[in-house]
Design a protein around this ligand. Structure first.
Ligand SMILES: [Zn+2]
Length: 118
């Protein structure tokens, strides 16, 4: 099941996100193992969140599925109209993630149905 980045539309496979992507982050092996076992950050202050951000990821909630920016996102703004639509989509991801925070399967299902950015 793919979840598309709300900012750039890049499709990310859910299993890859949860199990493989944390290997791209500069994490201590123990911290990485804990993260992949949980599938989520421990909270806003989780150091793994900073490691993910350094790799290009930003998350609306604690779930690794609630990403709102990914490494494929353009560094430069793609234009004001695209930015407005992307901002709206990021807000939808944040709202969905806050409601389905303790339901990873439901979260994955709703996010994958959302489709990609324009
Ligand atoms: Zn992206």
């Amino acid at each position: 099941m793919d979840i598309q980045c709300p900012t750039c539309g890049e499709p990310w496979d859910m299993v890859h996100l949860l199990e493989d992507e944390p290997y791209e982050w500069d994490l201590h092996p123990v911290a990485r193992l804990e993260l992949t076992e949980r599938g989520r950050f421990t909270g806003p202050a989780d150091p793994a969140r900073e490691a993910a951000k350094a790799a290009g990821w930003e998350f609306a909630g604690d779930s690794l599925l609630s990403f709102v920016r990914c490494p494929a996102c353009p560094k430069e703004s793609p234009g004001i109209l695209h930015e407005m639509v992307a901002k709206e989509r990021r807000e939808r991801v944040a709202a969905i993630a806050s409601v389905l925070d303790d339901d990873p399967d439901g979260l994955a299902s709703v996010l994958s149905d959302m489709g990609g950015a324009p």
